[in-house]
Design a protein around this ligand. Sequence first.
Ligand SMILES: [Fe+2]
Ligand SMILES: [Fe+2]
Length: 173
Amino acid sequence: MISQTMQQIFNQLIQVDLNSAYFYLAIANYFERMSLKGFSVWLQAQHDEELTHAHGLIRYLLDRGGVPVIPSLPQQPVNFGTPLQAWEVVLQHERYVTNMYQKGYNVALQQGDTQSQVILQTALVEQVDEEAQTTDIIGKLKLVEGMPGGILMVDREVGGLRQVKQPVAAPAG
Ligand SMILES: [Fe+2]
Ligand SMILES: [Fe+2]
């Protein structure tokens, strides 16, 4: 059975991933409102992925006899500035997430909880890719700074990288 200390860590990370899902959905909506649908698609896919991460942590806690806590989540902002500013916020957020997972991993080391170490390590490896992809998008946006046509090109490219299941609005009547 998982220790109380590790349960607290995993519950904190469930909160982090669910909040990330919410946060990315808010930024996806912001980009959609700006007619930057490629960026929006990328962030909606990211939203889905963060939910999957949270579900994975919940599964792990349950399998180890822990008690997952579903947290309340704060209301998210609606405006995120220029596209470049918005992506910088995404990168900052991913770095914060990496930091939280690193802290959790260090506790798992102290506790000698090897199974939790593996789960947290897997997440940390994934963070490398998440930060790298976001950094690349920021790099491209910096290259085209001040050129709206360039932003549209980056948007189209980024949208092509991810697939998302589009929810259909309910038919009228
Ligand atoms: Fe995540
Ligand atoms: Fe993430």
